[in-house]
Write a protein that binds this ligand. Structure first.
Ligand SMILES: Nc1nc2c(ncn2[C@@H]2O[C@H](COP(=O)(O)OP(=O)(O)OP(=O)(O)O)[C@@H](O)[C@H]2O)c(=O)[nH]1
Ligand SMILES: [Zn+2]
Length: 355
């Protein structure tokens, strides 16, 4: 299989150059599970682990490979991952059960379809949240409004306008996956070698859309069956699919249940209107909470900005700040533990034990 078919392009080729002399070759991660990575390269590779050295040097979850990553592989008998190439984009979330530990979901998604339903589930505020996630990730966001068959044609413009209000710079495509309407408007994002992913709440029609995109020629790119270290036969999960158009669809369960994770940077990109207005606030650190000379408040007063938009801006900001504080706290604890360890090992070190 040609690397280009798997999404390889100049971006990765450039970053591979410095490593070429090592004799490592590139492969894409099809699936990642408890330290085992299912890889596909020019020739089938199978399951690999990271090298011992890699494992020692990695300090945070971001350092490890995830689905969609391009990794460099070497090894005589068994394939071993030596390096993760820089990412174009990265989706992560809080690890389940933890409020602060990051878990990687998918890397190198070019376009993310933010899917929501035009039926009773219609909720621009939720789209706003997904937009924050998308701009955090670095993937290009496209809003897909599914189930347009559920609304009267004359209702549609109003609904689209409501979404435009929260996403003034994002393409919006009303479709019906069920009735096969408007799907061709998604073609520009589905070019050969491009990686796309779907994000949206339960029931909005992600599976239906996926089936339509896959068409009848369902073709899962899977690394070959391979024996894992315990000699068992493992079938690789299908996380990366080749669409008839040549695009790659990245579909992992984790991608479907993303929670807000990130910094306030993603917020700024999503609320460009508010950030632009804030330039004219009298105080540079204006929080738009009733300060004198607030340009955001003025815009709400004369109807240029919806008040609910500022409300959700504040809400998401508080969430992200809360998250940042927790991360700091977590980092402090980790640092404390680290020093405790160091002191402990020093205490047992003969040289430091002499009194
Ligand atoms: N009327 C209508 N119904 C649709 C459309 N697309 C999907 N549905 C229906 O909506 C329901 C949910 O669709 P799914 O594709 O399972 O939704 P999902 O987003 O994959 O949901 P999860 O698997 O829970 O994440 C199903 O009953 C579909 O038949 C559409 O365009 N119009
Ligand atoms: Zn202000």
């Amino acid at each position: 299989m040609k690397l280009q078919t798997l999404g390889w392009d100049d971006f990765f080729a450039q970053r591979y150059l410095p490593f070429q002399s090592e004799g490592w070759f590139p492969a894409r991660v099809m699936q990642a599970q408890r330290g085992l990575y299912h890889l596909q390269g020019e020739s089938a590779i199978g399951v690999a682990e990271v090298s011992g050295r890699f494992g020692h040097q990695a300090t945070q979850s971001q350092d490890f490979p995830t689905v969609g990553d391009w990794v460099l592989v070497g090894g005589e008998s068994a394939p071993v991952i030596h390096h993760v190439l820089p990412r174009k984009s990265l989706f992560s979330r809080m690890a389940p059960g933890s409020r602060t530990e990051e878990q990687l979901i998918a890397a190198n998604v070019d376009t993310v379809f933010l899917v929501s339903g035009l039926d009773h589930d219609f909720n621009p505020r939720r789209i706003e949240r997904y937009l924050v996630l998308a701009s955090e990730s670095g993937a290009e966001a496209v809003i897909v409004l599914n189930k347009m068959d559920q609304v009267e044609p004359e209702q549609l413009p109003e609904l689209v306008a409501a979404v435009q209000a929260v996403a003034p710079h994002t393409p919006i495509h009303p479709i019906s996956a069920h009735a096969d309407q408007g799907l061709d408007t998604l073609d520009p994002y589905l070019q050969a070698g491009k990686t796309v992913a779907l994000l949206g709440s339960s029931g909005v029609g992600k599976s239906t859309l996926t089936n339509h995109l896959l068409g009848r020629r369902v073709q899962a790119i899977q690394a070959v069956r391979a024996d894992d270290s315990k000699g068992r036969h493992t079938t690789t999960g299908r996380s990366l699919f080749l669409l008839p158009s040549g695009a790659l669809l990245l579909d992992t369960p984790g991608m479907r249940e993303l929670q807000l994770w990130g910094t306030e940077d993603g917020l700024g990109a999503t609320f460009e209107d508010i950030e632009a207005l804030a330039q004219d606030c009298r105080f540079r650190d204006c929080r738009h909470e009733g300060e004198p000379g607030c340009a955001v408040a003025a815009a709400i007063a004369d109807g240029r900005l919806g008040g609910d938009r500022l409300t959700s801006y504040h809400k998401l900001q508080r969430e992200l700040q809360h998250l940042a504080r927790q991360q700091d706290h977590q980092a402090q604890l980790a640092e404390k533990r680290r020093w405790k360890q160091i002191h402990k090992s020093l205490r047992y070190h003969p040289k430091y034990n002499q009194r």
